[in-house]
Design a protein around this ligand. Sequence first.
Ligand SMILES: Cc1cc2nc3c(=O)[nH]c(=O)nc-3n(C[C@H](O)[C@H](O)[C@H](O)COP(=O)(O)OP(=O)(O)OC[C@H]3O[C@@H](n4cnc5c(N)ncnc54)[C@H](O)[C@@H]3O)c2cc1C
Length: 431
Amino acid sequence: MTDSTTDDRSLHVIVVGAGAAGISAARSLQDAGCRVTILEARDRIGGRVQTAYDLAPHPVELGAEYIHGANVVTWDMVRQFNLTTVPDATKDDFHIYFDDRIHSGDDKLRIPSFHLVDTYEDIAIDWVEQGHPDASVHDVVVKWAELNNAVLSPGLQRLVNNLVSVREGGDWTRLGVRGMFEQNENTGGNFRIKEGYTALLEQAAADLDVTLNTPVRSISWSPEGVQIHSTAGRTFTADRAVITLPLGVLQAQDVRFTPSLPPGKEAAVNGLDAGHVDKIAMRFRERFWPQDMAGVLTTLSSQLWWRPGWGRDDEAPTLMAIIGGDAALHFESLGDGAVPEALDHLSAMFGEDARRHFETGRFISWGTDRWSKTGYSYELVNGAGLREQLSQPIDDVLFFAGEATHVTHPGTVHGAIESGTRAADEILDSH
Ligand SMILES: Cc1cc2nc3c(=O)[nH]c(=O)nc-3n(C[C@H](O)[C@H](O)[C@H](O)COP(=O)(O)OP(=O)(O)OC[C@H]3O[C@@H](n4cnc5c(N)ncnc54)[C@H](O)[C@@H]3O)c2cc1C
């Protein structure tokens, strides 16, 4: 394949995976004059970005939901493609389900030690800055509570853990504070793309050479180049490859590397955790929740609910649960029982109207999805530094991108985009 910007002497790069990282790497490389082919297992691009256009009159995000932050790289693409955004609610608009009832406004503040929901990160940061050894977020918060005579009821612990699991992908008993400390803060709020996140990546990939329905089975490499074999028996050759396989797929060794990955790379793959984060989308005939409620953080295993249409004129009566860590494993074990259990939770919180108005529900299990096997990665205790290790190129032939390789913005679309640009720069520098 040649196009107007390339000739036969140009560097040929294969990118494995057409998610945010793969598209961004391919985009940068093609713009720099390289010949680029993307191989993608699914029948669509986007990976963990997937918008449903059939659940409501407005788009509903089954994977990534928000642009996190007002100044992240995603905004360049939003502007370039003339997309529009809607800001999400602030945390004050989120209600709390605690002790079998809904709390809102000042009522939330009467929950003993409620401030920990907002301050657990600061406590973790203080711990690291004071030079203590790495520990789980749970252990650090419990220690802080002991020292400060704060009441840590089981309900409050569930509340904080549920928020941590959704944000990070792992339970607070497993998440290391030093790994969390490596991440940059989200500043400026959260925004949804009105046209859907998929629209952003589709436009970014518009003139790229993407081969869909092509799962890669094995990758052989030497300093001279790469040979990539698909499960259907096709072989693709190139000078370099960018691997954007999700951490869960790398851990499962679904793709065989020959020679095998060096020990440092293996250690990074296996030392990080591929957190499970799933969603349950529910559509109703009528709204039964308070009009001023943007979402509800709960003590239940369905963890956090929000309104996918918040702030839109055409908002349909839909709710979305986002569930991480052990609670995600629980819902995955339910299979077809996941939606009914989620409906039970809504009935417990809002009464029988939830059941009466229920129309349809969809469980999106990223943790068991064959081509992701994770929602997003997180760092276990003593896992700091592993993302950097995961991102390192091998022999200037294999390059690595994807959310798990981003040190300061893992688990995000903008982190994945930046990782793709970084890998492209590394290739261009190596040439
Ligand atoms: C439920 C959920 C909610 C989220 N919410 C947000 C949010 O609000 N904001 C935010 O910024 N981020 C969010 N994220 C995270 C964000 O979606 C990811 O960080 C990002 O999309 C990852 O992009 P990636 O390119 O690294 O990986 P992926 O998107 O997973 O791309 C990897 C690609 O590799 C392909 N692949 C896998 N195996 C093979 C194979 N053998 N051969 C060929 N191709 C293969 C996959 O199909 C996939 O397309 C969320 C994620 C989840 C799961």
